[in-house]
Design a protein around this ligand. Sequence first.
Ligand SMILES: [Zn+2]
Length: 285
Amino acid sequence: MQNLIDSDFETLEKCPWGGDKTAVEFLYKDFMGCEIVRCKKCGLVFAKKRLNKTGLVKYWSDYLSRVHLHDSTAVDKRNKMYEIDYKLINEYVKEGKILDVGCGNGSFLKLFEINGYDASGVEFGKEAADNASSEHKIYYGEFPKLAFKDKYDLIIFRGVLQYVPEPKAYLEKGIELLAPNGHIFITAQPNMDSLCFNLFKENFTQPVTGVDFIGYTERLFTGYFTAKRFKKVAEKYFYEGTPYANIEEDILKVAKAIECKRENKEIGFKAPAFYGNMMSLVYKA
Ligand SMILES: [Zn+2]
């Protein structure tokens, strides 16, 4: 990755969800010194200082090889999660056109293609988009600004909304592109209402940082989609049965963290995978 400099960052004066200047609660500073806060009005967790457009292009330009494909066990585990996610959404959408927003190199997309869906993807990272284009139908660029000819029966945001600067622009674009009775699937989404995030904060499995700059709760999404006349049809928090779960060890780690908190000591270790950490939500138009 090219080095990040001061001009690659921006500072937010307003909550990126509500769009208003509200009181915030300070939570912690991330590894780049970015201040992470929680909006007292809506509950969104966000980085007040974060990468701006130039910083993001730098960061994502080589993400695929630098992070995503770096560790082969991590890739195997992620592939297993793709199957778990696929199984959930397949209960609701069994065929048709799907769009995977933030599809990376297309591994999740591929599961849908194999199973007979007409699948396309959107990717902001140049390297991943180029890589995916050789095998899949890919739109390269910022989702809200792209033009599409089709409507989709399913729009997927898998582990992606924490990275988008204007989350509502992404969700609105998703709604605009949805076919009648279509579904929106938000999954692999870190849950800021979870026991572990509130306990471990910057040591959470996927903390909010100047790069992963927005953290959501189920309440925020459901409030948003309910106002748009969508219905929540599924709400899951995958943990047991995932390749990340090591239940006894995980419980011990969480217990140790609770002990540290009670004794006012710093929790100097990473949160384990745990109940409630990650959410999967399905909304129907
Ligand atoms: Zn807010």
